[in-house]
Design a protein around this ligand. Sequence first.
Ligand code: PEP
Ligand code: MN
Length: 256
Amino acid sequence: MKQVTQEAWAKRPLIISGPCSAETEEQVLETAQRLAKTGKVDVLRAGIWKPRTRPGSFEGIGTKGLPWLQQAKKITGLPVAVEVATAKQVEDALHFDVDILWVGARTTVNPFSVQEVADALKGVDVPVLIKNPINPDLELWLGAVERIAKAGISQVGLIHRGFSSYGNTEYRNAPMWHLAIEMKRRNPELMLINDPSHICGRRDILLEVMQKAIDLDFDGLMIESHIDPDNAWSDAKQQVTPEKLAEMLEQIAWRH
Ligand code: PEP
Ligand code: MN
């Protein structure tokens, strides 16, 4: 594994941030620079291919956004993380030097897709984070971890992003904290990251969810940030500016 990725991977708490979606080169570069300036972020995230629940909304900028991330890394030194769901996406992400891959909640539910990603990773030493499936099914989550680990990936981590429920609830995705805790109990060696952005779906309760995750001894946080959150092309309601993120991280009572 690359030195910079190894260092970031070992950091606790590990803080991953960046936009839900890469939109334009300027947006990616400005977000990365403003995040780096806070000195509080270890990894830059950005969705390049967006698995939307229904068609018609922004489906991601695609491969053309990968050089923007490469450039952001060059300028800031931050390793970059991207979601992958197909063999071609894995191939493209690795071609453009993406440091950390993650499997999204809509992919973790599908063993065919997870296996395709796993097969594309054979012989590759890249860390992979696996989000919980959208439904509260621990076996599916475990199955995805096993498929990726069996491909020879030694650095596997978990992301808890909450679980879908029908109708309007306080959360966009119910945290069901006990499932994340049980997953960690069964896999104590795996890093467990909390994703408050997709749990909350809104900015105003982000901080309390972040604090809860830290109180429960999560290893890190993945939080979406955007230079102009209200005008983000996806997940506008839950994103915060890099400066707001820094302020929230300062408000947290850390355990260590
Ligand atoms: C995302 O991280 O932007 C995303 C699509 O998340 P999830 O897979 O958790 O819905
Ligand atoms: Mn998102």
